[in-house]
Design a protein around this ligand. Structure first.
Ligand SMILES: *Cc1c(COP(=O)(O)O)cnc(C)c1O
Length: 393
């Protein structure tokens, strides 16, 4: 693996051990120091180039798909995808095991689309057999929504078996790959996926401001008139871009310019495999280092994503999340609170402009933070380990 350290993101700034916004390269930030006319040919060329390069990342079936950028954060894209591709009389099976699955269900509520939630709780994976059974029992379901990496626990969901069950039942697959695309392989053709979404500020390491829908061209064609929303209508955005090269309504020009710089860096690094390898190495270094201090991960190794990892808070009563957070921040690292309902936890994101050298410093900072708090062992309470047993069951 890489041995020369990545350059510092910027002098004096803490590293963001968060799942986006995340630590970006200096050159990505510098790319924002220029104003662009949204109607100008130069900016249209940026948009065209960006759509082409994103499609190039999905593999051989790319010619069957198109890329439609949408202003806003990732949730705007999820809403645009659901509202545009699920017809008004459609019904969605939402596979939830965390906040983002539940948010998709809430979005469908707002849209007035019918849905059924398979809610696996905080972190258990939705399995192909469960999907097959629900689809067999409910012929009204037209679409299945899967979350690629559920960022709330960091679990990498089993997309292949979900896709297989969906295709076998003749339904359509939609994927939220927000926190995975760019670092984990995603071949929508092989998964027979109708559409998926991701955003600028996760594994491609841009700054926040827009996301994108990648959808089968025939799905985009067929989606005309479905959308509940003017500004989130994927078909209308696509039709305008195809015709004029422009976004409907003000594009986040500086963010797009920064994103193209981020795409340059992504390509120079070696594309999806190399980015995935760096993140995997980041994860392995931090997981091993924190385990050596006594910390335990929520998930077994087979479910750990190379994106973000949930750790249990130590049982030692001297430990507080706030104390740990402040101590880590004082050493230059912003960590992320956990989202488990049953036991206390925290999360460490391993994506962004960081490498194994940075991750070793994270482990060192955690060791010092424990000393600051007078915590001698970072082992979690028995209740946490009981909770984790559910995964094996
Ligand atoms: C980040 C993320 C989103 C979108 O969140 P925003 O805060 O709207 O950008 C959606 N799904 C997943 C899995 C995510 O990680």
């Amino acid at each position: 693996m890489s041995s020369s350290p990545l350059p510092m993101p910027a002098l004096g700034e803490p590293y963001l051990l968060t799942p986006g916004p995340l630590t970006t390269a200096c050159s990505v930030k510098q790319a924002m120091l220029k104003d662009w006319g949204s109607w100008d040919d130069d900016f249209r060329a940026l948009t065209r180039d960006m759509r082409r390069r994103l499609l190039a990342m999905i593999g051989d079936t790319a010619p069957e798909y198109d890329c439609v950028p949408i202003q806003g954060s990732g949730s705007y894209c999820v809403e645009a995808m659901l509202g545009s591709f699920v017809p008004r009389d459609g019904k969605v099976l939402v596979l939830a095991n965390g906040a983002y699955g539940l948010r998709a269900a809430q979005t469908l509520d707002y849209l007035g689309r019918a849905y059924h939630v398979l809610d696996k709780g905080d972190y258990l994976p939705p399995r192909g057999t469960e999907v097959a059974q629900i689809l067999a029992e409910d012929p009204m379901i037209t679409h299945v929504l899967a979350i690629h990496c559920e960022t709330s626990s960091g679990i990498l969901n089993p997309l292949e078996e979900i896709a297989e069950a969906t295709q076998a039942a003749g339904r359509k697959l939609l994927i939220d790959s927000m926190s995975a695309f760019g670092a984990l392989p995603l071949d929508p053709g092989a998964l027979n996926c109708a559409a998926f979404v991701s955003s600028a500020n996760k594994c491609i390491e841009g700054v926040p401001g827009f996301g994108f829908v990648i959808a089968r061209k025939e799905e985009i064609d067929a989606s005309r008139g479905n959308s509940h929303s003017l500004s989130l209508d994927v078909h209308a955005q696509w039709a305008t871009m195809e015709k004029t090269g422009q976004w409907r309504y003000t594009p986040p020009t500086h963010v797009v310019a920064a994103f193209l710089k981020a795409l340059d860096l992504h390509e120079a690094e070696g594309g999806v495999p190399a980015r995935g390898a760096r993140y995997t190495n980041n994860r392995d270094v931090v997981v091993q280092g924190l385990r050596d201090l006594g910390f335990e991960t929520l998930l077994e190794d087979r479910w750990l994503s190379p994106i973000i990892v949930t750790f249990f808070c130590p049982a030692d009563t001297n430990f507080t999340f706030k104390g740990f957070y402040d101590s880590m921040k004082a050493r230059g690292f912003i960590i992320y609170p956990g989202k488990l309902t049953v036991v206390e936890s925290f999360r460490i994101g391993v994506i962004g402009q960081m490498d194994e050298h940075v991750m070793r410093r994270v482990v060192e900072a955690a060791r010092e933070a424990l000393t600051d708090m007078n915590v001698s062992c970072a082992a979690p309470p028995a209740a946490a380990l009981e909770e984790r047993k559910k995964l094996a069951a």
